[in-house]
Design a protein around this ligand. Structure first.
Ligand code: GRF
Length: 187
């Protein structure tokens, strides 16, 4: 069984998608620890409800020690609004992924998070946006792209309505990306 550690800062719907996929047997994995840099993150409550150990930690050295302590194989940044340290990236190179609510490199990088991304897409008058899963390096939203999926921008979209449709896609491609990663780790 692959051991997953998830880092969250907010609502944690992507975390929930991973928990559900593990419980349903869609992923040969289990979420063993959830860590947040935000003590009020609803993601911590989701972990608690699922019986998963969860911590509020903001020092990357402690985060790394915790992930190692839980013998984590894969780290998922699921709405984690903090740049991770070089050391963390090095230790989990090729095994740490991030989900971003746009087609990277568009609408990505520092300052592009949450509704700001979708507002910027609407302001640009783009007809297509999407979601991206990529490997993590020590820059915001860079690293090798693993999966991208487009989402249509509708004429009457608000940032909230667009976010909801992109989130649905995020939940799907995140699980696919984790499944692919696990398969490649077996080889
Ligand atoms: C998602 O849009 C994710 O791509 C971004 O932050 C949002 C987090 O949503 N990085 P949730 O906390 O998983 O609900």
């Amino acid at each position: 069984m692959i051991r997953i550690g998830v880092l969250v800062s907010g609502t944690g719907t992507n975390l929930q998608a991973i928990i559900d996929a593990c419980q349903l047997g869609d992923l040969p994995a289990e979420v063993v620890v959830v860590i947040s840099n935000n003590p009020d993150a609803y993601g911590l409550k989701r972990a608690e409800d699922a019986g998963i150990d969860n911590y509020y930690l903001h020092d990357d050295r402690v985060v790394l020690a915790s992930l190692k302590g839980y013998a984590v194989d894969i780290v998922v940044l699921a709405g984690y609004l903090k740049l991770v340290s070089k050391e963390l990236v090095q230790v989990f190179e090729g095994r740490m992924i991030n989900i971003h609510p746009s087609l990277i490199p568009l609408f990505s990088g520092q300052g592009y998070y949450g509704l700001k991304v979708h507002q910027a897409v609407i302001d640009s008058r783009a007809k297509v946006t999407g979601a991206t899963v990529h490997l993590v390096d020590d820059h915001f939203d860079e690293g090798r792209i693993l999966i991208q999926e487009p989402v249509q921008v509708l004429d009457d979209d608000t940032p909230e309505s667009l976010q909801a449709r992109v989130l649905d896609v995020e939940h799907q491609i995140l699980i696919t990306a984790i499944a692919d990663l696990i398969q490649n780790m077996d080889k």
